[in-house]
Design a protein around this ligand. Sequence first.
Ligand code: BES
Ligand code: MN
Ligand code: ZN
Length: 494
Amino acid sequence: MEFSIKNGNPEKQRNACVVVGVFDHRKLSAAANAIDKAANGYLTGLLRRGDMEGKLGSTLLIHNVPGTLCDRVLLVGCGKEREFREREYRQVVRASVKALDGTGAADAASFIAELPVKRRDLDWRVSQVVEITADEIYRFSHPNCKKAGEAPNLNKLIVNVPQRNNLAPAEVALKRALAVADGVQFARDLGNLPGNICTPTYLAEQAQQLANTYGVKIEVLERADMEVLGMGSLLSVARGSRQPPKFIVMQYSKGKSNQKPVVLIGKGITFDAGGISIKPAAEMDEMKFDMCGAASVLGTMKAVARMELPINLVVIVPTCENLPDGDANKPGDVVTSMSGQTIEVLNTDAEGRLILCDAMTYAERFEPDVVVDIATLTGACVIALGHHASGLFSNDDSLARDLLAAGEAAWDRAWHMPMWEDYQEQLKSNFADMANIGGRAGGSITAACFLSRYAKKFDWGHLDIAGTAWKSGKEKGSTGRPVPLLTQFLISRA
Ligand code: BES
Ligand code: MN
Ligand code: ZN
């Protein structure tokens, strides 16, 4: 899919389709109005006959509109003009791509980004068009899974903007959005792959390829290396699997040499059966998505490298499977983490924190400015926040604010959860420094509290993406979240 920025008159576009908005009660947007004028009131006539009201998300495709040079005009309903905000704008963009996808149009000129949205500038509107369009036309394919179908008809989208003299800012926004969309797609592909293909070894290979393409430094630690480092917690999870664990470390250094790096850590459980504390069979297939944290940090690395952001970024992916086995972790086992702290494994299904804690200790060697981990960590987070917001936890309020703001700006939102000291006592163990679970109450919070014990040496943020990383049901598939949030966070710091 090719995108470009242009400032043009809607009636003069020589495209297969021109896309314009219509508000409730048949109120034409500026672009729709221009077409209507050129067409001597053809649109108003159509609307008056009741073919379209302008209801949010509705569409009407018209051919051979007089006075225009395009093959078709797509009217997209925008709802009440006074209520036209981010959500509505995004819905309009999505509806227009869905409708375009169903036509024979190979190229389209969209005037949707010209519609004003409260508190959002043109950059945001352009980015959203690009990211939502890419999201909508994404299809998973792999030679050993679902083979690639026919390519969608639509392969070129011209994003029209009102700034006649200066297209440069919109061009910058477009470039960044393309990089984000690319990172999202990469993350989605990894997430959607089944556990028998996307193993820890596969993730390491993909990271290696990414590193080769963009000239990023990479190191993949093997089991023996992790043993030397004393990563007893991570290795205890990996023991139940025939697949060798990997510990991927990527270093992107386009910032000043004295600038401390941001470290992103992604949970890379390529399949989570729960281990000896085995999960129920229903929907267990979705635990192939338990590496979406890993996918998101790799996707973010890709976006950052494509944009050539002037920052120092370290990406760490601890990755293994969590399966039941004669050698697997057993409830009650006590393991020693790389930090030296001991952990009583009361539930082998709380394995994410067991691999993340060793990665956090490893991160200390980079003397990070901040560390952010991203993990499909707890079902409890889905109960708390549903599928719209990722759970955000931090030991530093200003970092929490920055992450929240990045999510808000990218429309990949998170919600700040409490992590008061009071919750820590739920992790008390009679046999080790801490237990790996804190009971049913506040499950996503006690999981974050567990991780906080490994974040004593840096500012740290934690994103629980259990509810946002993938969709279930008919639209089952990974979302690529929170690549947009993370990329925005890094852009803001650059
Ligand atoms: N990967 C799961 C979390 C998860 C479960 C995400 C369902 C999305 C949907 C994680 O490893 C896990 O199993 N967590 C347990 C923790 C519990 C044993 C304290 C959970 O949430 O049930
Ligand atoms: Mn688990
Ligand atoms: Zn898990």
